[in-house]
Design a protein around this ligand. Structure first.
Ligand code: ATR
Length: 288
């Protein structure tokens, strides 16, 4: 990597940030396309968010990813936000365009792109979405532009209801909600084409936990789990065992990053390289 006086700086802000895989993924992508960009991680304490954002402007940092816990808190410090980020109420990508900070959310569109590249069509599909948190919101917004029906199942019913209601007037799909329970999943699975786990259930160290009883899965249902640590959650393992098609959280991680890469550089992202880099890094971490 040749860092020069002209190198453009991108990065990620959040807290904690030590375990982020974004720097390794984006630096590999910049190198692959021979772009004079570098990507670093910034750990920002919550009382310093304002100063951090002033610093972004003062130092001319070109682009940022935003992660937990700042995806919503960052919004007042931006000059503009894209229509989808406004509706979702969260920003995961910022472009510094001549000192104008523009916020985007690439999570949901990344998930749609990842599905399309996995040859999964959303048009006319019945989708079950488990969860109504930040990631689920973004997915629900984009999926509801294309799918026939989205059933949002959330542990906290009111959160699921709010999300469904906020999408109803803005989407082409029939957006419904129900209380998340084992029974509800069983019932709704009977009519589903795609099931997405957008909750944190199944994440390390609870990698043997799933919300979906394997007996209710069938090979016709496409299973997408946004959890990427472990790469193969129990839900994904169960689905593969019965021959169902699956997509893991790494695809979503890569595609949301890929969309950010294009926002910052204007280039088509080297998806294959980005994914290989992440998979290798995860393998390396697992063997440590
Ligand atoms: P993120 O931004 O990563 O989506 P989040 O906003 O905290 O994180 O959302 C986490 C999601 O996982 C929520 O839908 C949460 O349900 P609640 O709204 O009821 O909190 C869901 N979730 C977390 N732990 C869960 C569990 N043990 N069972 C069911 N759902 C769970």
């Amino acid at each position: 990597m040749n860092v020069s006086g002209k190198t453009r700086i991108c990065g990620i802000i959040g807290n904690p940030i030590e375990h982020t895989l974004s720097p390794i993924m984006h630096n590999a992508a910049f190198k692959e396309l021979d772009l004079d960009f570098i990507y670093v991680a910034f750990k920002v304490e919550k009382e310093c968010l304002r100063e951090a954002m002033e610093g972004i402007r003062a130092l001319g940092i070109h682009g940022l990813n935003v992660t937990i816990p700042y995806k919503e808190k960052i919004i007042p410090f931006l000059d503009e936000i894209s229509p989808e980020a406004k509706i979702i109420g969260s920003v995961n990508t910022i472009l510094n365009q001549s000192n104008k900070l523009i916020g985007y959310n690439t999570d949901g569109i990344g998930a749609v792109k990842a599905l399309e590249d996995n040859k999964v069509e959303l048009i006319q599909k019945n989708v079950i979405l488990l969860g109504a948190g930040g990631a689920a919101k973004s997915i629900a917004f984009h999926f509801s532009q294309k799918a026939k029906k989205i059933m949002i199942l959330n542990r906290t019913l009111d959160r699921g209801k709010k999300l469904a209601e906020s999408l109803r007037s803005r989407s082409n799909a029939d957006v419904c909600w129900d209380q998340l329970s084992r029974e509800a999943i069983r019932n709704h699975l009977k009519k589903a084409d795609i099931l997405i786990n957008a909750t944190s259930v199944g994440m390390n160290p609870e990698s043997d936990v799933t919300l979906v009883d394997p007996n209710w899965l069938n090979p016709e249902i496409f299973i997408f789990d946004i959890v990427y640590g472990p790469v193969e959650t129990k839900l994904i393992r169960d689905a593969k065992k019965i021959g169902a098609k699956t997509m893991d959280g790494i695809d979503m991680l890569v595609y949301q990053g890929a969309m950010a890469f294009t926002i910052w550089t204007g280039n088509a992202p080297p998806i294959k390289k980005m994914k290989e880099t992440i998979v290798e890094k995860i393998k390396e971490l697992r063997n440590k």
